[in-house]
Design a protein around this ligand. Structure first.
Ligand code: ATP
Length: 244
């Protein structure tokens, strides 16, 4: 269980957010500038707000007590993976293993993110999707109790996104994830638990706005809301329909 109750001013932003989240993935949505990244940074201990942060049994912040970022069992995955570009994938993972607080299982994580074949490669030569998979593996290898993901797919193309989405679901089955995204379809594929922020506060607005979506995307969302899995028509079906 994650329990967050944080408030304070950072620059022009007056943030006040309280929520609890259980296992699995919780998405955080909201307009640009609403404070989503600031909230993640404060949970990680990179920004100082007042209040309380508890992750599992560990209280990271309460009253005057403030556990510094390097002592929090937290993993952070950003929009642009911040890997060491002069090192191999293996070399990048070695850095995380030095900080492995909980004895995370290296082989299982490499398997989970399907990066075994990438280990000797230089990260500068990886595709965007491969880099992001390595960044997730690195974050998991430090043994986090909570994984913070800030728009991790927004710089990837559709094919790479489709490949990584199920892996993110697998990751969230192992460790609780707070996941910032602007993409309602991506969020719909990942979770039904969505927090919506506006002007630094939680908002009662619906998590999904339909502005800018195509008719097909709106229909897919409606089907998802009704509990149907969205599948592409099979070759046989499309043949049938083209045969009339
Ligand atoms: N260290 C800081 N100093 C001054 N202002 C800050 C600081 N950190 C954040 N802000 C301000 O807080 C506001 C919220 O920023 P934040 O990046 O958290 O929003 P966001 O919801 O993540 O936006 P986006 O969706 O565009 O990433 C912005 O107006 C930003 O300028």
């Amino acid at each position: 269980m994650i329990s967050i109750d944080l408030s304070g001013e950072i620059g022009d932003l007056d943030l006040s957010v309280a929520f609890e989240a259980g296992a699995g993935l919780t998405a955080i949505m909201g307009p640009s500038g609403s404070g989503k990244t600031t909230l993640l940074r404060a949970i990680a201990g990179l920004e100082r707000l007042s209040g309380r942060v508890q992750v599992g049994d560990a209280v990271w912040q309460e009253g005057q007590s403030f556990v510094p970022v390097h002592k929090r069992a937290v993993g952070y995955v950003f929009q642009e993976p911040s890997l060491f570009s002069h090192l191999s994938v293996e070399g990048n993972l070695a850095f995380a293993l030095k900080r492995n607080l909980k004895g995370a299982d290296r082989a299982a994580i490499i398997d989970l993110l399907r990066i075994g074949a990438l280990l000797p490669r230089n990260v500068a030569r990886l595709s965007g999707g491969e880099r992001q998979r390595v960044a997730m593996a690195r974050a998991l290898l430090s043994g986090p109790e909570l994984l913070l993901m800030d728009e991790p797919l927004s710089s990837l193309d559709q094919a790479a996104r489709a490949e990584i989405l199920p892996l993110i679901r697998d990751v969230a089955a192992r460790v609780p994830v707070l996941y910032v995204s602007h993409d309602p379809l991506e969020v719909a594929r990942l979770t039904e638990r969505v927090i919506y922020m506006e002007n630094g506060q939680l908002s009662g607005r619906p998590a999904v706005t339909l502005d800018g979506l195509s008719q097909a995307e709106i229909e897919a969302l409606a089907m998802k809301a009704l509990g149907y899995e969205i599948a592409r028509p099979s070759a046989a079906n499309s043949r049938l329909s083209s045969d009339g």
